[in-house]
Design a protein. Sequence first.
Length: 277
Amino acid sequence: MNPYYTHKEVCPGLFHIWEPAGVACTLIAGNTTSLLIDTGYGFGNLAAYVKTLTNAPLQLINTHGHLDHAGGNWQFTQAAWLHPFEKLVYDIYQDDKITHVPYVEKKYTSGKISNPFPPEFNKISYMEHKSVIFQDVSDHQIFDLGGRKVEVLFLPGHTKGSLALFDHQCKVLMTGDNVGPSLWIMFQQSAPISTFARRLAEIQSDYPIEHVLASHNPNLYSPAIIDHVLHAVTTCSPETSSIFVHPRHGYKALHHKEPVEDISGLKTIHVVFPLQK
C-alpha cells in the first residue's frame, strides 16, 4: 500500500513532501537541526512522516496562515514561526473549515485530486478549531541548521504576511503561494499587487536564485518563472482579464492568463486580483 505522504529530495537534504490534497511542505535537514516549512492541511499524520526523514531537533515555520499551509501545526509541540499578521489569517481559516473541507471533498469526487483523506482521518475532530502556538518571525531572520543557512524573506502578496525562504546551500527560493502557476492576490488579507511586484523584484535582484520551489507543485522551477510572474502581475488589467468567481464563497475578482513557453511543465501563469487593482 502506498504511503499517504510521499517526498522527493529535490536538492541534497531538501525534501519536498507531497500531500494528496494537492499541496506540499518542505523539510530542510542541516547537520544539527531541521526546518519544516508549512504543514499542509494536516489530514494525515505529518509529524510521524517527518520523523522517518530526520531525527534532528525540528523547527517549524509557516509561509502564511491558510489552512492548506498551517492546518497540520496542531500535530507538533513546538511553536511555529509566523509573520505576526498571519495569526489573524490562521484563525479565519480555522473557522472556514466548514467550507474548505467540503470543497476538498468535491475536488476528490470530481476526479481532480486523489483521495485526500487517509483511513485514520477523523472529520469531526479535524473540524474543531485548532489553537496552536506561534512566535513572531523577522524579515531576513537566519535559521542556522548546522552548516546550512536558510533565510526568511518577507514577501507580501498572496497574504500581507506571506514569506519566502532562501536556502543558501542549494540556492533554492521557497515561495509558498506567491510564485507559481496560479497567483491568488485578491483576498481581503492580500497585499496590493504593486507591493508584491516591488518586493519580488528586490529578492530576484539581491539573491543568486537557481531554483524556485512552489507549494502546489512537486518539482523545482527554473528561476525564469519569476520574470513571468513579474510580467503577469505588472501588466494584468481589467481589459486583459475575465471574471473569476471564488469557488467557495462566490465573490468576484478578475482573472488574467499569460502563456509561458520556456519553462518545462508550465504553460500558463494565472493571476487572480481584485476588481479594482
